[in-house]
Design a protein around this ligand. Structure first.
Ligand code: SF4
Length: 352
């Protein structure tokens, strides 16, 4: 039988025939070319997958964390929700805790997609919207983006649509937190699952954009490893510590160090995701990482109080609120580089 690429055929008259289906060739690509978006639930709205969420929630019990028996979400509060009490708006403890949980989910998703938007702006500005996405050997460049939005992104500019969808949905979810909106726990839980799905899209946009543009390893099982731990830092050299999640600013530091022959003369180290991502910067093809990883958020105070860093640079997410106060105790300069964390410091962007 010749290869069938698309369409249908009837098997109702066949008897005692075994049919093996190897692969369905070209059907998805053809539909995508004709219709632009492919899938059963393309870009679902906040209730688009509600039936499916209900099925999952029938099978699996949600766990709320943290639990809170008071609410101060509006100016009627603070309301005591203990026992069988309700808030002035009528919400009960179960509903409020499901709402709290959903808020935690969309706060995290916003942090990730806010980072993604910042990074995408920066990379499109630098490399252009037509810059191709390059993530290594795969037929599926962006599994989350493709599954949720029904579109296969090919360029940096193609990621804008996915991120715009995430941003719109996050606004709709945040609106549900307001007093006088959703009241039932199960629908907050369903909305929390929607927020989790959006989070995966936002995170994927961030990572495939930086993998494509910043010469990070691409599907490379032999990607170079970096040194990790406070013990790897040579405190005899000047030490620059970066903390956060957004590698964009640190790429400028690494480039500056190389341009001025400083790479071996100073230590660049980091805490949290910025640390991981800066060790991936320009290591495609096996180049040695240009920085070291100190550890996670949990090591921030220990590293600062060790007195080892000479300068601290922070960007966004997982940066302790007291970094400036702690660093000030030891006379360490702190530079904030992202408008999500400014610590009340003067803006010196235009200094010579
Ligand atoms: S949202 Fe409801 S429970 Fe919360 S403070 Fe306002 S009235 Fe009270």
């Amino acid at each position: 039988m010749s290869e069938l690429k698309t369409g249908t055929f009837s098997v109702s008259d066949l008897e005692n025939v075994q049919i093996n289906i190897g692969s369905i060739v070209g059907a998805i690509e053809k539909t995508a070319a004709e219709e632009g978006e492919v899938g059963l639930t393309v870009k679902p709205n906040i209730s688009g997958l509600r039936d499916w969420d209900y099925k999952l929630l029938e099978r699996y019990n949600p766990v709320y964390t943290p639990m809170c028996d008071q609410c101060c979400y509006c100016t009627f509060g603070t309301c005591d929700l203990t026992g069988n009490k309700e808030g002035a708006c009528g919400i009960n403890m179960e509903g409020h805790n499901a709402r709290e949980f959903m808020l935690r989910v969309i706060t995290g998703a916003s942090a990730h997609s806010g980072h993604g938007r910042h990074l995408l702006h920066h990379l499109i500005d630098k490399y252009g919207a037509d810059y191709p996405l390059k993530v290594g050997q795969t037929n599926i460049i962006a599994p989350n983006v493709q599954m949720v939005t029904g579109k296969k992104p090919e360029t940096l500019g193609d990621l804008e649509g996915a991120l715009s969808y995430v941003e719109e949905q996050l606004v709709q979810l945040l609106a549900c937190v307001h007093v006088g909106q959703e009241g039932e726990a199960i629908d907050f839980e369903s909305k929390a699952m929607h927020g989790g799905m959006l989070d995966h899209v936002g995170m994927e946009v961030s990572d495939i954009a930086q993998i494509s543009c910043l010469e990070m390893p691409k599907a490379d099982e032999n990607a170079p490893l970096s040194e990790i731990g406070m013990g790897t830092i040579d405190s005899e050299k000047p030490v620059l510590l970066v903390i956060g999640h957004n590698v964009a600013g640190v790429t400028n530091i690494i480039d500056y160090m190389e341009d001025h022959d400083l790479t071996d003369k100073m230590e660049l180290c980091g805490l949290c995701c910025t640390a991981l991502d800066m060790t991936r910067y320009r290591t495609e093809g096996g180049d040695v990482p240009k920085a070291k990883v100190v550890g996670t958020l949990a090591k921030e105070l220990k590293m600062i109080r060790s007195g080892v860093p000479d300068v601290i640079v922070v960007d966004e997410q997982c940066v302790r609120a007291d970094v400036l106060r702690e660093a000030r105790e030891l006379m360490m300069p702190v530079i904030t580089t992202n408008d999500k964390i400014m610590y009340g410091l003067p803006d010196r962007s235009e200094d010579d």
